[in-house]
Design a protein around this ligand. Structure first.
Ligand code: HEC
Length: 108
């Protein structure tokens, strides 16, 4: 698992652009490995349907990303990402959730 993460990291470093990152790029780089390309889940529960456990307001989501979820694979990102990056990735995740039609993630 650790090796896979290191390999993924090296790959991402190679492909990352120097320009400012959009929420989508941040999501793809740091979050999609666990949450899936479209929040459909994978290593983490799907965030498309149903309520988000730790809150769905922008403020609550930012807090979850900053602090992580204790005793789960969801780490605290506040030392990895800037507040601006966290805000952008939050907007991106919430916009994806909004766009999703209920039940889309049921059939894989
Ligand atoms: C190593 C795997 C992993 C990575 C990488 C990861 N997460 Fe998570 N994340 C999880 C898991 C597992 C949970 C579920 C925690 C729980 O059981 O409450 C979670 C939960 C969440 C939640 C709360 C969902 C809810 O139901 O309230 C948010 C928001 C979230 N992650 C955002 C992010 C963002 C943004 C990133 C990238 C910066 C990210 N995650 C990267 C594993 C990951």
């Amino acid at each position: 698992m650790k090796q896979i993460l290191i390999l993924t990291g090296a790959f991402l470093l190679g492909t990352m652009s120097l320009s400012a990152q959009s929420g989508q790029e941040i999501y793809m780089n740091y979050c999609s490995a666990c949450h899936g390309k479209k929040l459909e889940g994978g290593q983490a529960p799907s965030l498309l349907s149903g309520k988000w456990k730790h809150g769905e307001t922008k403020k609550a989501v930012i807090q979850t990303i900053k602090k992580g979820v204790a005793n789960t694979a969801m780490m605290a990102w506040e030392n990895m990402l800037t507040t601006k990056q966290i805000e952008e990735v939050t907007d991106y995740m919430l916009s994806l959730k909004k766009k999703n039609k209920p039940g889309t993630d049921q059939k894989r």
